[in-house]
Design a protein around this ligand. Structure first.
Ligand SMILES: [Zn+2]
Length: 411
């Protein structure tokens, strides 16, 4: 057992000699082990601390030599081991999971339980790579640099792989638990695996200049739907975007320029944190009317036909709405979020499929669909559209009643 961590060694005798102990932590490798061939017993166990300057390391006896182990902050990966001889405190800061595994091994060692079964280090001097700071950023710009036989460092937070003709998002990339920013632009990726939705820290996903014609609705569910801030899908030849895009509740920036999109999902209006929407050079004939509920900084719809004729599209108001619609609208309006534990799972999905009329009312099936003229100046402070004097665009809106329809068309 050996972990890469930061260790501060405090000599408890120094303050009594009026010497300060404050040196700060050093990148180290902390092992627990025994010499090969020695007795499988706590008396032969050592804690082995190595640094870049001292790769041979310092060995601290474990058996009868540990005065205390402080684990109050182990959830943050911090713990302290107090030895009797020498009178050193090792203040350790590591990955929380590694810290817990290390302490578990130490505990079993101290209890002298099944020592032969423990994963122990052989106390050999460490290599330079074991005492280096874990890599958090990796940029790959050529095929030769792309790791094929070696793994990606587990500690990566930023990964950029550009111009290497990568044709899929590999499992080992999805498994990088600390990854915050993934840039796979300028490759030949054809499909996004649905498993990407399990990535738990990803805030930025750059996929421009690939060949992704469409995306599975599952991609924008899961943990990803809460973490993603930036999504760049520009220049992919994309014809369709899934309605689940509206579940990316923390999305701030969406770039979908240079695709073949004719329409955008109505759920876009649910992205209330969105500030930048660039959808230039597509085939958009209209915008989603739900955009009227957003207040953005920039909207770029330059190079789109935006040619849909204004007026009624369908009238689905045939009578009194069903009880299911009325109660679901009530739940949404009151901010109630029942889960599959409270109501049937199909109803949970139904509940999320709401639309909002310009008047603020929540609708489901009972509504009027109409192409209205959307004043984009009210939606964004900076606007890019084909004609300089034009500030409005046709937008497919859901209207709750004939009254709201008449209001839009000023009858
Ligand atoms: Zn209305």
């Amino acid at each position: 057992m050996r972990i890469n961590c930061e260790v501060q060694v405090n000599n408890r005798k120094l303050p009594s000699l009026n010497i300060s102990n404050k040196r700060g932590g050093t990148r180290s490798s902390l092992g627990i082990g025994r010499h090969p061939g020695s007795k499988a017993d706590v008396s032969s166990l050592f804690i082995h601390l190595c640094t870049a300057q001292h790769k041979l390391g310092t060995k601290y006896k474990v058996g009868g030599n540990i005065e205390a182990v402080f684990t109050k902050f182990v959830a943050e990966g911090k713990f302290t081991i107090r030895f009797k001889e020498p009178s050193h405190d090792l203040c350790v800061k590591a990955d929380p999971v590694l810290a817990k595994t290390f302490l578990q091994t130490l505990k079993q060692g101290i209890q002298n339980k099944d020592i032969e079964k423990l994963r122990l280090s052989n106390l050999n001097p460490v290599k330079q790579s074991q005492v280096e700071k874990p890599m958090t950023k990796l940029i790959i710009r050529s095929k030769q640099e792309y790791p094929i036989t070696t793994a990606f460092p587990y500690s990566l937070e930023i990964l950029k792989v550009n111009n290497v003709e990568l044709n899929r998002v590999e499992k080992r990339i999805i498994k990088l638990k600390k990854l915050k920013s993934l840039d796979l632009s300028h490759n030949t990726i054809k499909e996004l695996p649905a498993t990407i939705s399990v990535m738990c820290c990803l805030t930025e996903l750059h996929l421009s200049f690939n060949h992704i014609p469409n995306i599975s609705p599952q991609v924008f569910t899961g943990r990803l739907s809460h973490t993603l801030h930036l999504l760049d899908l520009s220049y992919n030849g994309m014809e369709y975007l899934p309605h689940t895009l509206g579940r990316l509740c923390n999305l701030v920036s969406l770039k979908i320029d240079g695709n073949k999109l004719r329409k955008l999902p109505a759920s876009l209006g649910k992205l209330t944190r969105m500030k930048y929407l660039t959808a230039s050079n597509n085939n958009l004939v209209e915008l989603p009317g739900s955009l009227m509920h957003l207040r953005m900084d920039t909207v770029d719809v330059f190079g789109n036909p935006l040619s849909s004729p204004l007026g009624l599209v369908t009238n689905n108001i045939t009578g009194v709405p069903r009880l299911k619609e009325i109660t679901s609208a009530y739940c949404v309006q009151r901010g109630l979020r029942p889960t599959a534990a409270d109501i049937p799972a199909t109803l949970v999905d139904y509940l999320q499929a709401w639309c909002k009329c310009g008047c603020g009312r929540i609708c489901y099936e009972t509504h009027i669909l109409a192409c209205i003229s959307l004043n984009l100046k009210l939606v964004a402070s900076a606007l890019a559209i084909d004609t300089a004097f034009q500030t409005s665009a046709p937008a497919l809106a859901v209207l709750c009643s004939q009254k709201c329809f008449d209001k839009c068309f000023k009858r």
